[in-house]
Design a binder for this molecule. Structure first.
Ligand code: GDP
Ligand code: IMO
Ligand code: MG
Length: 420
């Protein structure tokens, strides 16, 4: 049986904290897509840790953590992260497993990401520059190097061939930066990676399921960044939605049980692309300031706005969400009024559906206004103490999206969560 936790917006919903919170109930935590573009923040022994490649169950010694085949893996980021995790006394050689079919990010993928963004100029995606797009292109283009290949004697030849292909593209882009330092650290990190547990991921996970172990699949990014259903072309390059769990881990759809979606009580986006409810005013600045909305991977300021129920209902639909977890409710504590987007006006016509040309049309969000709750919600630890105005806000969202909000996160700490 596999449960899923994934993001319902444009990423950074607080998935890391939520996976860490639920990890005690699971035996296996498995990342099924994305790569070092992700930044999942946890608090361990009061210290902030940001995970990019390693699943967020790593700090629970009873959990086995699997990097699934749907992930793109940068050995350099992985090595750095393993060092951080080891400093907390965690033995990654015992608790971390990597699927041999996982695709490897090589230094020229990062260079290509940068060159491609530079060429796009004003219409750039605003990618994290971690090489994600080029690495997934090599997967679908059937050129990629996979983790299993690192153990093969032909790896160096394979690497040189792929690098040569990339060099032609980089020459076309006019990219001339010296990346030899990246290559040195890459080869060092590959040697380290080879000492970790490299497994056949699909047998590994299906054997665990057969043994009756409980698996939690951890998503990266958010559903509105999904390559098929997000705000294309301003998306990432993988399927971030629940369907990605099956291809990203090698499990059957019949094994999927709960699909838990994480949404902020408002909305943020980092990078380019449409964001109908974005607030480019002092209210948006307040959300950014109170919510500390700066990217966990790139440090970029996140764009902020009101919660968008049109987009949220859409992502609940395509994921088959069974439970919703609302995070960062405490960030709204001091706001006088709260807006909730209930429809879009596109070219003067009202709709409750996400339009195909969302990246091209002008959208005027239509709002319903709620009273703020004006209290310090970070200290609430019981559903009975949730203020009436917060309950009304949540009840409306519940009703609109048709999926139940079962948990409200009211602070970054592991224990700051209210079960409704
Ligand atoms: P992820 O990518 O979905 O794991 O989210 P990030 O880690 O990128 O961003 C979420 C940020 O919000 C992190 O800094 C978390 O520590 C923080 N956070 C998570 N839940 C809450 C919450 O309920 N309240 C507050 N104030 N911060 C939270
Ligand atoms: P987590 O898992 C927020 C965004 C980038 C850019 C677009 C494409 O922490 O929620 P990419 O590097 O994937 O080619 O960039 O996607 N993006 C994220 N935004 N959270 C993330 O991950 C993201 N991963 C990618 O900012 O707009
Ligand atoms: Mg993040």
């Amino acid at each position: 049986m596999v449960d899923v936790i994934l993001g319902l917006q444009w990423g950074d919903e607080g998935k890391g904290k939520i996976v860490d919170f639920f990890a005690p109930n699971y035996d296996v935590i498995a990342r099924f897509q994305g790569g070092p573009n992700a930044g999942h923040t946890l608090y361990v022994e009061g210290k902030k840790v940001v995970l990019h490649q390693i699943p967020s169950g790593i700090f629970h010694p009873h959990c086995v953590n699997l990097i699934g085949n749907g992930v793109v893996l940068d050995p350099v980021t992985l090595k750095r992260e393993c060092d951080i995790v080891a400093s907390f006394g965690i033995d990654v050689k015992k608790n971390l497993f990597i699927a041999e079919k996982t695709n490897v990010i090589i230094p020229t993928h990062r260079a290509l990401d940068k060159a491609s963004e530079q060429q796009k100029g004003d219409s750039k995606i605003g990618s994290t520059l971690k090489g994600i797009g080029p690495a997934y292109m090599d997967k679908t283009g059937r050129n990629a190097i996979r983790v299993g290949d690192l153990l093969d004697p032909t790896f160096t030849t394979q690497y040189k061939e792929l690098r040569a292909k990339h060099q032609t593209l980089l020459n076309n882009f006019g990219f001339t930066e010296d990346i030899s330092a990246w290559e040195t650290e890459f080869f060092e990190a590959v040697e380290f990676l080879k000492t970790l547990n490299i497994v056949n991921g699909e047998y590994f996970i299906n054997n665990k399921i057969a043994e009756g172990k409980k698996v939690l699949a951890e998503g990266a990014q958010g559903s509105m960044l999904d390559i098929d259903f997000g705000t294309f072309p301003f998306v990432t390059s993988s399927n971030t939605i629940s369907a990605g769990v099956c291809t990203g881990l090698g499990v059957s759809p019949k094994q999927i049980n709960e699909v838990m979606g994480v949404t902020k009580a408002y909305c943020t986006r980092v990078g380019g692309g449409p964001f109908p409810t974005e607030l480019e005013d002092s209210t948006g600045e307040e959300l950014r300031r109170i919510g500390s909305e700066f990217g966990a991977t790139t440090g970029r300021p996140r764009r902020c706005g009101w919660i968008d129920l049109v987009a949220l209902k859409y992502t609940c639909m395509i994921n088959g969400i069974t439970k919703v977890i609302m995070t960062k409710a405490d960030v709204l504590d001091s706001f006088e009024n709260l807006n909730v987007c209930t429809s879009y006006k596109v070219d003067g016509k009202e709709t409750t559906e996400v339009p195909y040309a969302i990246s091209k049309v002008k959208i005027e969000p239509q709002y319903r206004t709620f009273k703020g709750w004006h209290c310090d919600s970070t200290v609430i630890n019981d559903a009975a103490n949730v203020p009436t105005d917060m309950s009304a806000y949540i009840a409306f969202i519940n009703g609109y999206i048709g999926a139940p909000v079962k948990y409200v996160s009211n602070g970054p700490g592991r224990d700051q969560i209210i079960t409704l």
